[in-house]
Design a protein around this ligand. Structure first.
Ligand SMILES: NC(=O)c1ccc[n+]([C@@H]2O[C@H](COP(=O)([O-])OP(=O)(O)OC[C@H]3O[C@@H](n4cnc5c(N)ncnc54)[C@H](OP(=O)(O)O)[C@@H]3O)[C@@H](O)[C@H]2O)c1
Length: 257
């Protein structure tokens, strides 16, 4: 039986990864900040699928939290075969409306934690000659979208570069770029969603199934829906100034500060 560690496992896309991987018979290490919610999730997945589910309470915006998860990933006696770096969030507001502390927190969770956890996991994976890492980025990586888009662009560049560096080692790395997915993300960030057209919303379970297929196929970048594949094709040929205006109007509506 193999083991998968998922950060941000208790809601949205991370919870969909946990459901799918448990159904496929993987043991799980579940990571988030809310211990009660983690324990309930572990019990439910154990009871439903007969898998073992460990719980790690960690805030990936803190050094201690990153250390804790990195130590678990580097434990050679209890190897982790698949790492899903999924934990993430949006800040409420545009540049200069968001505090510097919150901007830096985003870089810590989206970039530093992803870097350190990927390194902690892939050392042992390379020795064993097998393993996988999915780093959850966003289609926002490809459009001008403040610190959020910039941090996700880093995830894409880092992941594809590391995938190339580890090619032939048996370790696969893939950046996953979802479009809009119905999760707790927008509500937590205080973002309105009524200006996002219905056809742009993706289902988390379908997204995860397509992402795991792409990982199995050896892709280093996954944009797992035909609608967004077309949109990303258009993004490549659209002037960046125009792109910034369109994406800003669609996906960045914030409530009162
Ligand atoms: N939803 C979308 O439209 C969308 C689109 C593209 C990309 N994404 C990306 O997909 C990933 C998952 O987002 P989601 O939409 O599933 O969000 P979500 O429903 O809000 O879930 C976020 C998960 O991350 C955990 N988390 C948040 N901050 C954390 C921290 N500091 N340390 C540890 N865990 C933390 C949360 O649990 P706790 O609060 O208990 O810690 C929760 O389990 C993110 O990286 C996001 O940027 C989302």
């Amino acid at each position: 039986m193999t083991t998968a560690l998922i950060t941000g496992s208790t809601a949205g896309i991370g919870a969909a990864f946990a459901r799918q991987l448990a159904a496929d018979g993987h043991n799980l290490v579940l990571v988030a900040r809310d211990t009660k919610r983690l324990r309930e999730q572990a019990t439910e997945l154990h009871d439903r699928h007969g898998i073992e589910a460990e719980v790690l309470t960690a805030d990936l915006a803190s050094d201690d939290g990153i250390d804790l998860v990195a130590d678990r990933l580097a434990d050679r006696r209890n190897p982790v075969d698949l790492l899903v770096n999924n934990a993430g969030f949006g800040n409420k507001g545009r540049f200069l409306d968001v505090s510097m502390a919150d901007e830096l927190k985003m870089l810590k969770v989206h970039c530093e934690a992803v870097l350190r956890l990927t390194a902690a996991a892939t050392g042992g994976m390379r020795e064993r000659g097998r393993g996988g890492v999915v780093n959850v980025a966003s289609v926002a990586a490809f459009v001008p979208r403040g610190t959020y888009g910039a941090s996700k662009a880093w995830v894409v560049q880092f992941t594809q570069g590391a995938a190339r560096d580890l090619a032939g080692s048996g370790v696969r790395l893939m950046a996953l770029c979802p479009g809009f997915v119905r999760t707790e993300f927008h509500q937590r960030a205080g973002m309105g969603t009524d200006n996002i057209p219905g056809w742009m919303w993706l289902d988390a379970d379908k997204l995860v199934a397509a992402a795991l297929d792409d990982l199995a196929r050896g892709k280093s970048l996954s944009v797992p829906d035909p609608r967004y594949k077309v949109l990303m094709g258009l993004v490549k040929v659209t002037p960046r100034g125009l792109l910034g205006g369109v994406t800003s109007r669609t996906g960045r509506k914030y409530g009162p500060q």
